[in-house]
Design a protein around this ligand. Structure first.
Ligand code: GLU
Length: 419
């Protein structure tokens, strides 16, 4: 469970990144003012009756940053201390993420300030169904399509789909993505973020001509995205030397025995204390001498105080906003190649797009086809970002933002201002 610990306004950071990209593409002031703000922000306060009969009031959000290129799209986060500021920042990030990979969506984000682990299954279901009802004014297959994010699962998506369907009187499978396959979910969606991270990491290593015989990897975060990334990078032949979770981290320069590590974690609830490796702190994991570092936990992990000690050749930013703007500058100085979040973790939303298309057509594809299409979309985006970076002489993050901002601005300008 993630606890939101924000030292700075996440939304101001998102705006700062947008401003730099707007400067690079020479965005007109009018368009800049429009894209700096979210289109819609909904805050809801709603009651949930707990198993013991007591009533608790929860706060939830749904923010749509932009819908110029298509329906709003983005995850739902259940996290203690979740704020509107964080949701606004993540909604803006989704707009750029969808644009940079060229899928026809705008950006949104939502969630509830709650620790999902503190609720029983019945309480979680009641909370989800009530929250879905509260935001039903905004969501739907043509308007805004939620998906899983931190603290939410395919089961939560199934409850939302069912709630929207009950209100409509028929099954509306395309109302959310990341659902179980039994109710219109897509093959390959569960591992899509990890698969995208893997494809991009391999492509970047190829581009960087990394000479190491077997590139080594440290992954911070062993949740849904972290665990599939570890497995897929290992299968691709990379050596996983360090893994961390919310309670600790372990390191073995010769490579971790992943099967034994999984067993240890199942038993202990953490990777810490794994006998066939050395215990390191979560902070130390980030500074290990590895080829690839994958921060796959929460925001603001690589910042001005530790960036200069990072030794990795490549950072694949799996968690949204894991690297702060101040750290970006230091990493650039050191020549560290950073695959930015909006590109690095876009595999999830790309396969969400495939899921939505399949639901709308009621025609389902096999996993091989999904993975081939994901590979195509994500590799194309990687080279488009790379070319922009070389042509405009900017780092990959600025290039990814510039490409995305230009695409959204084009849609905004060609549509014009109503009335
Ligand atoms: N929550 C994921 C993200 O941040 C997936 C969003 C989606 O599939 O709509 O990209």
């Amino acid at each position: 469970m993630a606890v939101e610990l924000q030292s700075k306004s996440a939304f101001e950071t998102a705006q700062k990144r947008f401003d730099s990209a707007a400067d690079v593409v020479g965005l007109a002031d009018d368009t800049r003012r429009v894209l700096r703000e979210p289109k819609r922000e909904l805050t809801v306060h709603f009651p949930v009756r707990h198993d013991d009969g007591s009533v608790h009031v929860y706060t939830g959000y749904r923010v749509q940053h932009n819908i110029s290129r298509g329906p709003a799209k983005g995850g739902l986060r259940y996290s203690r201390g979740l704020t509107l500021d964080t949701v606004k920042a993540l909604a803006m990030l989704m707009t750029w993420k969808c644009a940079v990979v060229g899928i026809p969506y705008g950006g949104a984000k939502g969630g509830v300030a709650v620790d999902p682990n503190a609720l029983s299954t019945a309480e979680l279901e009641h909370l989800t169904r009530r929250y879905a009802t509260e935001i039903a004014v905004l969501i739907g297959p043509e308007k805004d399509i939620p998906a899983p994010d931190l603290g939410t699962t395919p089961q939560v998506m199934a409850w939302i789909m069912d709630t929207i369907s009950m209100h409509s009187g028929h099954s509306v499978t395309a109302s959310v993505t990341g659902k179980p396959v039994d109710v219109g979910g897509s093959e390959g969606r569960l591992e899509a973020s990890g698969r995208g991270i893997t494809y991009l990491t391999l492509e970047a290593l190829k581009y960087l001509h990394v000479e190491d015989e077997t590139p080594t990897v440290a992954v911070q975060g062993f949740g849904h995205v972290g665990a599939s990334t570890v497995r897929l990078l290992h299968e691709a032949g990379l050596r996983i030397v360090a893994v961390g979770d919310s309670r600790g981290a372990v390191y073995n320069p010769k490579g971790l025995d992943l099967q034994a590590l999984h067993e240890h974690r199942r038993f202990r609830g953490t990777v810490a204390g794994f006998k066939k490796a050395e215990d390191v702190s979560r902070a130390e994991l980030l500074e290990l001498p590895v080829t690839v570092l994958v921060p796959a936990a929460v925001e603001q992990q690589i910042h001005e105080h530790n960036a200069s000690r990072i030794q990795a050749r490549l950072i694949t930013e799996a968690a949204n906003a894991a690297v702060t703007p101040e750290a970006d500058a230091l990493l650039n100085e050191k020549g560290i190649f950073v695959l930015p979040d909006i590109l690095a973790n876009s595999g999830g939303v790309v396969v969400s797009y495939f899921e939505w298309v399949q639901d709308l057509q009621a025609f389902f594809w096999e996993e091989e086809e999904i993975n081939t299409k994901l590979h195509h979309v994500i590799t194309r985006a990687f080279y488009e970002v790379l070319h922009t970076s070389v042509n405009k002489r900017v780092d990959l993050r600025t290039a990814a933002y510039a490409l995305a901002v230009q695409r959204v601005a084009n849609a905004s300008v060609v549509r014009g201002i109503y009335p």
